[in-house]
Design a protein around this ligand. Structure first.
Ligand SMILES: NC(=O)c1ccc[n+]([C@@H]2O[C@H](COP(=O)([O-])OP(=O)(O)OC[C@H]3O[C@@H](n4cnc5c(N)ncnc54)[C@H](O)[C@@H]3O)[C@@H](O)[C@H]2O)c1
Length: 366
């Protein structure tokens, strides 16, 4: 029996499916010829993923009569750069890619964001297929069409919205993922639940540490994708509700941007940021403290930071953090916009934050 779930991201003529579950890749074979009509493609992956999964993908493509060549880039955030963007665009042009051809991003959020952006700007947009291989990329970055690279002015400061034509989230690929990456990706599942899916949080809380594996995890991946797909369908360009997906991220980005490179994983910063968002909501009197307690208890059970003190860096400076939060590209009018919560699964957007009050609050939590 097939356990593959199909979730549609409804965006009119740019709608696409996300296939989720153990064996989603094998299941995808019948769809690939229509998406790669000329029978040739380029797979872009990284040096960690290539030895683990590239041969499997090439074999699956061959079964669908598709010839693939691979470009293997270094692993890590530094790959989301202007230099690698140029490498990919040149490779796509040299191999004669046309708009109706699809290239394949095989890897985590770094590869997905970079390849998506290279696809977006090549000939004003060629197609791309996401095969996300980290938990974070399966539940979050591969869905929704945000693509981009980092600049010296900040992460993801250059990019575009460019939707994939198919996402294949084969949960079997997560078996090779180190525990720390798995936990980090799980933070985005908790985030989705805490924004607006109470039942999901309830199930995850009841499962405790078992939520990180097996059927509970597979179902949670599908639920988190479904939740995100709905928000993206309602607000593709982040003019409104999509900003809710930044729960924990304004604090989290400030932690990530302040700590030395590669000490904190994105999901760890987000987990600490979620705790800050809930605690700040309690401080403002809008959220019951027992809800913040439950959130932090679940983060601890999973082995995620339940606040900045649990991050692998401690030399914080409140003014620097607030300055980083002010630089967040989602702000407008020079004011910090935060996603706060009236309780579990009751997130809301607060665009009228007092910086003084926020700084004083942060001082008490660092
Ligand atoms: N576009 C979006 O909407 C969006 C959303 C969230 C995050 N992001 C971006 O995603 C990036 C982070 O993504 P990530 O956490 O997936 O990081 P990543 O792509 O760097 O992957 C993490 C590490 O895991 C390795 N890896 C990947 N798959 C593996 C597997 N199956 N087995 C073993 N190792 C594997 C990678 O080589 C890498 O070393 C950031 O750049 C962030 O800005 C984008």
């Amino acid at each position: 029996m097939s356990h593959i779930q199909t979730i549609s991201v409804g965006l009119g003529d740019r709608s696409y499916d996300v296939l989720i579950g153990d064996g989603a890749l094998t299941e995808s074979v019948k769809r690939l010829p229509a998406l790669i009509p000329r029978g040739k493609t380029i797979i872009i992956t990284d040096e960690t993923v290539a030895p683990l999964h590239l041969a499997t993908i090439i074999k699956i493509l061959a079964d669908a009569d598709i010839a693939a060549r691979a470009i293997v880039l270094p692993s890590g955030e530094a790959t989301k750069s202007f230099g690698q963007l140029e490498t990919l665009v040149n490779a796509f042009l040299e191999s004669g890619m046309e708009r109706s051809d699809a290239v394949i991003a095989l890897g985590g959020g770094v590869i997905g964001d970079l390849v998506g952006f290279a696809a977006a700007v090549t000939k004003r947009g060629i197609n791309f297929i996401q095969i996300p291989t980290t938990l974070l990329s399966q539940v979050d970055s591969s869905v929704g069409g945000k693509t981009g690279i980092n600049t010296r002015h900040g992460k993801n400061f250059v990019g575009s919205f460019h939707q994939p034509c198919l996402v294949i989230a084969d949960t079997m690929m997560l078996e090779t993922l180190p525990d720390r990456e798995r936990r980090s990706g799980y933070a985005e599942i908790i985030k989705a639940a805490l924004i607006g899916d109470y039942d999901l949080f309830d199930r995850l809380e009841a499962a405790g540490a078992h939520a990180l594996s097996g059927d509970t995890l597979r179902d949670a991946v599908a639920d988190a994708v479904s939740f995100k797909a709905q928000i993206v369908a309602d607000d593709e360009r982040e003019q409104g509700v999509r900003a809710l997906l930044n729960l924990g991220h304004t604090f989290g980005h400030a932690f990530e941007a302040t700590a030395p490179k590669d000490i904190i994983r994105h999901g760890e910063a987000v987990a600490a940021g979620i705790s800050m968002a809930f605690r700040y909501s309690v401080h403002l009197g809008v959220c019951p403290s027992k809800d913040a307690d439950r959130v932090e208890a679940h983060l601890r059970t999973i082995g995620l930071p339940d606040g900045p003190k649990a991050l692998a860096y401690s030399n914080w400076n409140t003014a620097d953090l607030v300055a980083k939060m002010r630089d967040d590209k989602k702000n407008s009018g020079g004011r910090i916009t935060l996603v706060l919560a009236r309780g579990i699964a009751k997130a809301y957007i607060e665009s009228d934050t007092s910086e003084d009050d926020l700084a004083k609050f942060m001082e008490t939590r660092l």
